[in-house]
Design a protein around this ligand. Structure first.
Ligand code: MV4
Length: 509
């Protein structure tokens, strides 16, 4: 095992990696920007090194500097977390060339999966089902039309260097291809410096289901079942769960075997995720492989009873996986809500400021993977995700009610957050039925973020009003506003009670 690991990230994932290291008896080196001098990950690590000014391009993304810090502090390995440098093949290679261990896949596997067309070719060669389409960039609109007519409309133009939905265009008719191709090329060139665009049949109304994979350096490759990630907005996932209501044990075994085949074909080592579209008929198609630990990894950890981040580190240190595939059967249900500093009532506008008060949920089956505390200043330099609230319960129904309870316990004062939005999703009948696709959230955004008072708040307000009226009548007092208007002393000695405490908590949110 390593003596010391450098954590090349910030926020909740930096803390998550530090916790895994502490349990393994591994010392940690944090890196931080000038904006993060007071951040929790800096305090929780054994050492911390300032690496630059707030913009990530001058701090968390300066790979050479992070490698130099690792060498200087005597760290033997670098954990990149997610985002930032986690999927940059050049960084993985530079870490290796510096005589350090990259806690992630080999640079070659990152590269193989980085190009979407190369990943498709690799998948096809391994017998992995992909969406019908071509495997190379199209030359021009005429070629695109010929291919589209062979597969049938609608089709989807995609950037070969793609990811995150950039450079993607749905085309429903032949006459729209030329314009869509030109704009997809422009967007792809802007985002990836590569204007290659290819074409796939467009799958209508699918779910986004992904399979967690774990591979060691001894040739063991296994899968840890699926995560349902359909609840997303503009390619940002908001809620994830494991397992998926749409995946039977039989489908899990088939999709899992497919993910293992894709990982083997790429020479994959460490934790990775194969993304699939799952259509209404239960057909699944490999989309791409994410060559990092993902934000939503905790739902898999909870249903499989395994610490994925610890295993990333153990695998990087050369340990063999002691598991067999049959050890991985999901137990119960886990749901994750990404708590972001975005205002759902205001089109998810990023909210900034100082967190004045923070009360965290706890109790049975509740996990908080956060990167904030009271006093934290949330700015615009980094991702708006503040924390993840994850629950585990015996059934999906109980997990939803547990998430609802945990969200009600959470208080974040000082900035807006996505909390109220998550509560409304937990109360939504379609969500409760599991009746969701990748389009669900965007279709329901109006009803899920519009003006709303939740029934429980209304009920509490009604009870409070009735009790206040009753109490004042029986004490022969007038109400506080009426007393104030009459110039009388305002009576404040309302006896404490359960309803008053509840009403007060609601009022103070
Ligand atoms: C698709 C698709 C429908 N048909 N491919 C979006 C980003 C990239 N990872 C692939 N994506 C999609 N590819 C075909 N042939 C729909 C999407 C898609 C999507 C996929 C996963 C999660 C969210 C999504 C949101 C919009 C579109």
């Amino acid at each position: 095992m390593f003596n010391k690991v450098l954590v090349a990230n910030r926020g909740e994932i930096a803390l998550r990696v530090i916790r895994a290291c502490q349990e393994l008896g591994v010392k940690t080196v944090a890196v931080y920007s000038e904006a993060d001098a007071q951040a929790p990950h800096v305090r929780e690590a054994d050492e911390a090194v300032l690496v630059g000014p707030p913009p990530s391009s001058q701090s968390y993304l300066v790979g050479e500097r992070l490698i130099e810090v690792a060498l200087r502090t005597g760290a033997q390995a670098i954990h990149p977390g997610y985002g930032f440098l986690s999927e940059r093949a050049w960084f993985a290679r530079a870490v290796r060339d510096a005589g350090l261990v990259f806690i992630g896949p080999p640079a070659e596997a990152i590269e193989a999966m980085g190009s979407k067309t190369a990943a498709r070719q690799l998948a096809i060669a391994a017998g992995v089902p992909v969406v019908p389409g071509n495997t190379e960039g199209v030359k021009d609109a005429d070629e695109a039309i010929a291919i589209a007519e062979a597969y049938g409309f609608p089709v989807l133009l995609k950037a070969a260097a793609g990811g995150g939905g950039k450079g993607m265009r749905v085309v429903r008719a032949k006459e729209d291809i030329a314009d869509a191709l030109a704009s997809a090329r422009r967007e792809a060139l802007n985002a990836f410096g590569d204007d290659a665009v290819y074409l796939e049949k467009y799958i209508e109304g699918p779910r986004h289901v992904e399979i967690q994979v774990l591979a060691d350096t001894h040739g063991n490759v296994m899968h840890l079942g699926e995560r349902e990630c359909s609840v997303q907005r503009r390619h940002q996932k908001m809620i994830e769960e494991a397992p998926s209501v749409a995946v039977s044990p039989e489908l899990r075994a088939r999709m899992g075997a497919t993910a293992v085949a894709a990982a083997k074909a790429a020479g994959y080592v460490n934790a990775g995720t194969c993304e699939f579209l799952l259509d209404k008929d239960g057909q699944y198609y490999f989309l791409e492989m994410n060559t990092r630990i993902q934000v939503e990894h905790p739902v898999t950890e909870l249903v499989m009873g395994i610490d994925l981040v610890q295993w990333q580190i153990r695998i990087a240190a050369g340990e063999a996986l002691p598991f067999a595939q049959k050890d991985f059967t999901p137990r119960g249900w886990a749901i994750e809500c990404r708590i972001t500093s975005e205002d759902p009532a205001n089109g998810f506008l990023p909210s900034t400021g100082r967190i004045e008060y923070l009360h965290l949920p706890s109790g049975p089956g509740v996990r908080w993977d956060g990167g904030i505390e009271a006093g934290s200043v949330v700015g615009l330099h980094y991702d708006p995700m503040l924390a993840k609230l994850i629950v585990h319960a015996p059934t999906r129904e109980l997990a939803i009610s547990r998430m609802r309870r945990a969200l009600l316990e959470l208080t974040i004062d000082g900035i807006e957050s996505s909390r109220a939005f998550h509560l409304r999703v937990m109360d939504d009948a379609e969500f409760q039925r599991g009746d969701i696709t990748i389009q669900w959230l965007e279709q329901r955004l109006g009803t899920l973020t519009g003006p709303h008072t939740d029934p429980e708040t209304l009920r509490l307000a009604a009870i409070a009003a009735a009790l206040v009226a009753h109490e004042e009548r029986s004490a022969g007092r007038v109400s506080a506003p009426a007393a104030a208007a009459a110039g009388n002393t305002v009576v404040r000695d309302v006896p404490p009670s359960a309803w008053a405490a509840l009403a007060r908590r609601e009022g103070l949110r």
